[in-house]
Design a protein. Structure first.
Length: 767
């Protein structure tokens, strides 16, 4: 089959401009065409001098022939992955696989047989056009540790095209090994870079004569390492590959969850997948696995433990993967995805927010209890119907969590931050730590507490009183992180004990998401409280597991944000200086700098910051000894600023409720239009104007190819710390890429006895 001459010439012209002399990725590293071989994929790539400036990949230069997993992926023996061979540029005739080999062993017939058995379509990732080659053999593995070289040769228009991938394969985890970790808690502080660890330590522990009075629990761990966070397709990772890469060993693309890219970008579920260490331990050793988060359960970080999707925002089918529900009448089909169901191991413990992704739109509790004004599933109610039928106890509040049996799987979905004046989090995410403390009467903001109208808690919830008579009452029913982790460990302990296997154990992923979410909206004080909550959960877990020689705790971040500590300020001086910086008209431009009284010093608020030798020690207090400061605005407070942000105003004081930093307006179609170049008039309008340095729109031919306006602070490309304590902690010392963490986990779980031959070993299995 061939294309007509006009289309063929056009395709070849695009191919030449896309690939040139080097093998380059398509827009955002997906193939440059959709699988029809005609339609350009998604966003245009970045062009400079008529040449594609996207990054080079390990692909053949003329056709884009490539294999997945990407070369250099770090695997361990027995870990499943999908092997895909594909071209990226449509040919004139249907390409043919001529040879596929692993360490010199011919696998062509085995590969073709596997693909034929799977069948065309999503099971094999078949492109629509026969002029694109694309075939995936599912759920393969290397049987032994060693070095592997896979070579693919594809004939394209009569010419043999060749690509080579190489992999280092470590020993498989063996929890029967002496000293192996069998109870593993992986703590993930989303967006918690070194400055946020430092800020949390200063705020919660204080200092005396320049010496720390105490350190965080994560800073007392036995091993400290550094991880590089770069994504497959960007030096700035988002939370999806930031968490997914460390749990599988494969560098992944932004927005991807445990999959590599392919040339059928219109289907995010058929991409070549890779098994996570969580899934492997459950599949092979019968371990129990769980996730705990203060985000919504299907958010990128918790989903990375065992979900597989090219788009992290396909929330509904991710929810079904989490509890193993495949049904052709639902978002996640059974037909075409048998290999996915065989790979993705359901979680035994799930706790977080985001009821809208789990409940039917017809379920009245979605509005009355969870406070969603609209939304919900139209296909199935996972929470009310499916999860209980699969043996999960379903809980909604702290008392139900405490009363839930430990010998049943557990699904906990809690109330989110639903205050209508708080645009920072929304009902998907649990209320932040500071706001839950205020609801309990354990903290104030500049002396204002739960009964003050500025706080917005002593009022009736907006959608009904199912969760409580007031907002504060609803927030008090949301568990703290220590409650959630403690219950998760109890359930996993009980369930793992039921297996009665010598190698039985469990793995738990604990995410503290709000440092990232609050960092995005420049709510620095709230972010610090959330880092403290994470650290208190780490300390409590360490105490609980202290006598277990087979327990391992690992703490790291998926990425950092460009925050840093710039000094301190007297809270009274901030209050007194507020309003002197600029004035606005209706919350928009023009902004007038200066004041009539002092034209030479237009902003006294700026001069209220103490830095260098004026940066004396803050005066945070913890009179109730709960581990948190009683108030985020003491007499002398820490000042944090961000290296990347939209335009906003700040008086450096804590907002009574979390708010986004920049303005928005309604378009003619009724949709919200973000205005990252205009500060939010509701958020500290009396403060210092901070001119934005983030993109405010799409610019043709520029680097801002996919994201458009950026109305939040971004992630940074900084390295992050890795801390470990317990069995196998030594494996986490050093300096390494984040995708190495999976192999280090497997080593800690008994896979570190092999030192390996210099040459090749083993075979590719699973045919």
């Amino acid at each position: 089959m061939t294309l007509n001459k006009r289309l063929t010439a056009a395709a070849l012209a695009v191919a030449a401009s896309l690939l040139g002399q080097a093998a380059l990725a398509g827009p955002d590293d997906d193939a440059p065409f959709r699988s029809d071989g005609k339609t350009r994929n998604a966003a245009d790539p970045i062009y400079f001098g008529r040449k594609l400036a996207d990054f080079p990949t390990n692909a053949e230069s003329e056709t884009g022939l490539r294999m997945m997993p990407p070369t250099g992926t770090e695997l361990f023996a027995g870990q499943r992955f999908d092997l895909r061979v594909e071209t990226q540029i449509p040919a004139q005739q249907a390409p043919q696989l001529k040879r596929l080999s692993a360490n010199g062993r011919d696998l062509t017939a085995s590969f073709n047989g596997r693909v034929a058995t799977q069948g065309a379509g999503p099971e094999s990732g078949t492109p629509q056009s026969p002029l694109l080659f694309g075939a995936t053999a599912r759920n393969l593995s290397f049987d032994k540790p060693g070095r592997y070289e896979i070579i693919a040769v594809v004939v394209v228009d009569g010419v043999e095209r060749r690509v080579v991938n190489r992999y280092e394969v470590a020993p498989a985890p063996n929890p029967n090994t002496a000293g192996a970790a069998r109870r593993v808690v992986f703590f993930l502080g989303d967006g918690v870079g070194l400055p946020m660890r430092t800020a949390a330590r200063i705020v919660s522990k204080g200092a005396f004569e320049g010496r720390v009075q105490d350190t965080l629990a994560m800073q007392k761990m036995q091993a400290q390492g550094i991880s590089r966070t770069t994504a497959f397709d960007s030096i700035i990772t988002d939370s999806a590959p930031g968490m997914a890469s460390p749990l599988s060993g494969m560098k992944q693309s932004n927005n991807a969850l445990q999959v590599a890219v392919d040339n059928t970008p219109e289907n995010p579920l058929d991409n070549p997948r890779i098994e996570t260490v969580f899934e492997y331990m459950k599949r092979v050793h019968g371990w129990k696995i769980g996730v705990v988060t203060d985000a919504f359960l299907v958010d990128a970080t918790p989903a990375a433990a065992q979900a597989h999707n090219r788009s992290r925002r396909n929330y509904l089918n991710i929810a079904q993967q989490m509890i193993g529900h495949y049904d052709d009448a639902t978002e996640l089909k059974k037909t075409g995805y048998a290999s996915l169901a065989d790979l993705a191991q359901p979680l035994d413990v799930l706790m977080g927010g985001g009821a809208v992704h789990w409940m039917s739109e017809k379920n009245p509790q979605l509005k009355d209890f969870y406070q969603y004004s609209r939304g919900g599933r139209t296909d199935v109610d996972l929470m009310a119907d499916v999860a209980p039928a699969k043996g999960y106890s379903v809980v909604r509040i702290l008392d139900e969590l405490r009363a839930a049996p430990t010998d049943h799987k557990l699904l906990g979905v809690f109330t989110g931050e639903f205050r209508t004046t708080s645009s920072g989090l929304g009902p998907d995410n649990l209320p932040g730590t500071l706001d839950r403390l205020i609801a309990h009467g354990a903290a104030t903001i500049r002396g204002k507490g739960v009964k003050d109208p500025e706080i917005g808690m002593n009022v009736v919830p907006p959608q009904g009183t199912g969760c409580g008579a007031t907002v504060a009452e609803c927030f008090r029913k949301v568990p703290m992180k220590t409650d959630m982790v403690d219950k998760a460990i109890s359930v996993l302990d009980a369930l793992a004990g039921k297996t009665r296997r010598r190698d039985g154990g469990w793995m738990l992923l604990v995410e503290q998401s709000q440092p990232d979410k609050y960092g995005h909206i420049l709510e620095y004080d709230r972010a610090i409280y959330d880092v403290i909550e994470l650290d208190l959960a780490i300390a409590a877990t360490r105490r609980r597991l202290a006598d277990d020689k087979h327990a391992l705790m690992v703490v790291t971040a998926d990425h950092a944000q460009p925050q840093t500590i710039i000094g301190v300020a007297l809270t009274g001086a901030l209050v007194g200086s507020a309003g002197s910086c600029f004035t606005t008209t209706g919350g928009n431009y023009p902004i007038t700098l200066g004041s009539a009284a002092d034209k030479d010093r237009p902003c006294a608020l700026q001069d209220a910051i103490g830095t260098f030798n004026d940066a004396t020690f803050p005066t945070y207090e913890d009179r109730n000894r709960d581990g948190y400061p009683d108030d985020p605005d003491p007499a002398i407070k820490l000042i944090i600023e961000d290296g990347g942000h939209p335009t906003y105003s700040t008086n450096f004081l804590t907002n009574y409720q979390p708010l986004k930093p920049s303005a928005s307006r309604r378009g003619e179609d009724g949709k919200t239009i973000e205005q990252p170049a205009v500060p939010d008039a509701k958020r500290q309008p009396d403060g210092l104007l901070m001119t934005g340095n983030m993109p405010t729109r799409n610019i043709t031919g520029g680097a801002n190819k996919t994201s458009g306006a950026i109305d939040i602070a971004p992630h940074s490309g900084d390295d992050v710390l890795v801390s470990a304590h317990g069995a196998g902690a030594r494996h986490f010392a050093g300096y390494y890429k984040n995708s190495s963490i999976s192999v280090r986990l497997s080593s800690a779980m008994g896979g570190d006895t092999w030192r390996g031959p210099a040459g090749h070993a083993g075979a590719l299995v699973g045919w």
